[in-house]
Design a protein around this ligand. Structure first.
Ligand SMILES: Nc1ncnc2c1ncn2[C@@H]1O[C@H](COP(=O)(O)OP(=O)(O)O)[C@@H](O)[C@H]1O
Ligand SMILES: [Mg+2]
Length: 230
C-alpha cells in the first residue's frame, strides 16, 4: 500500500510558484501562481513565446534559482526551502539538467565531463569513469571519450551533455531547449536519444522547446503565457 502511494507521488511538484525579478525600480512578474506535477517517467513539453518565463521556471524547478513565492518539491522533499548545500546535494542525487548551450568544461575530456556529477559526489574515480563510459556508449560516443568539447560537433556536445545529465540515474531530467542550436536532423537525433534514455532509465523528462513538432511527440504539452500555465 505504502509502495503504491510512493509510486503515484510526483517526482517534481511546483506549488503556487511566483517569480518577480526586481531591476532597480522596475518589478517584472514573470511567473504567477504556477502549479505543476511531473509524474515518474513522464514526458512533458513546455512551450511558450520567447520571454514567457520558460527558462525561469526550469531554473527554479532545478533549484538553481529561488522562487519569489511558492514551493518546489523534488523526490518528496521541499527543495526550494533547503539551504544552498543540501539543495545542491539533493539536485545532484535526483535531477539532471541539459542546457541549450552544452555548458561542458572545455579543459576536460568528454569522459571526465560526463563523470563530473559523480566525482562531485565523491564516487571513486575508476567507478565514476566506468559509469561515464557506459553513458557515453549509450549516446553513441564511445569513440569520443578522450575528446575535449572543442573537438566535438554541436550535436556531439549535446549528446555528451545528455550523458552527463543521466549518469547519476536521476528521477527527472530538465532540458532547456537542448536542440535549439542544432540543425533539424541533429535535433531529431538528440530528441530521439532523450526519449530512448527516458524509456531505458525511467527518468521523467521535461523539455522546453520552440519546436511544436517535438512538443507534439511528448505525452503532455504545457503552454506558458502571461506568467501562467494555460
Ligand atoms: N535575472 C533576470 N533579471 C531580470 N529579468 C529577467 C532575468 N531573467 C529573466 N528575466 C526576464 O524574465 C522574462 C522571462 O525570461 P525567460 O525565463 O528567460 O523566458 P523564456 O525562457 O521563456 O524565453 C523575460 O522578460 C526576461 O527578460
Ligand atoms: Mg529560455
Amino acid at each position: 500500500m505504502s509502495e503504491q502511494i510512493a509510486h503515484t507521488q510526483p517526482v517534481l511538484a511546483v506549488r503556487n510558484l511566483s517569480k518577480i525579478y526586481q531591476d532597480s525600480a522596475l518589478e517584472v512578474a514573470v511567473l504567477q501562481g504556477i502549479d505543476l506535477d511531473i509524474n515518474p517517467g513522464e514526458r512533458v513539453a513546455i512551450v511558450g513565446a520567447s520571454g514567457a518565463g520558460k527558462s525561469s521556471l526550469l531554473q527554479i524547478m532545478a533549484g538553481l534559482d529561488k522562487p519569489t513565492e511558492g514551493e518546489v518539491w523534488l523526490a518528496g522533499k521541499c527543495f526550494s526551502a533547503m539551504g544552498e548545500r543540501p539543495r545542491g546535494f539533493w539536485r545532484n542525487k535526483h535531477l539532471g539538467f541539459v542546457y541549450q548551450a552544452h555548458h561542458l568544461l572545455p579543459e576536460f575530456s568528454a569522459l571526465t565531463n560526463v563523470a563530473m556529477p559523480l566525482l562531485i559526489r565523491r564516487e571513486p574515480r575508476a567507478q565514476a569513469e566506468q559509469k561515464a563510459a557506459e553513458l557515453l556508449a549509450a549516446v553513441g560516443l564511445a569513440n569520443r571519450a578522450t575528446h575535449r568539447p572543442g573537438e566535438l560537433s554541436g550535436g556531439e556536445r549535446q549528446r555528451v551533455a545528455i550523458a552527463r545529465a543521466l549518469v547519476t540515474r536521476p528521477s527527472v531530467v530538465l532540458a532547456d531547449e537542448p536542440t535549439g542550436n542544432l540543425d533539424t536532423k541533429t535535433s531529431d537525433a538528440v530528441f530521439a536519444l532523450l526519449m530512448e534514455l527516458n524509456e531505458q532509465t525511467g527518468a521523467a523528462v521535461v523539455l522546453v522547446t520552440h519546436d511544436m513538432n517535438l512538443a507534439g511527440r511528448m505525452e503532455r504539452t504545457l503552454t506558458i503565457a502571461d506568467g501562467r500555465i494555460e
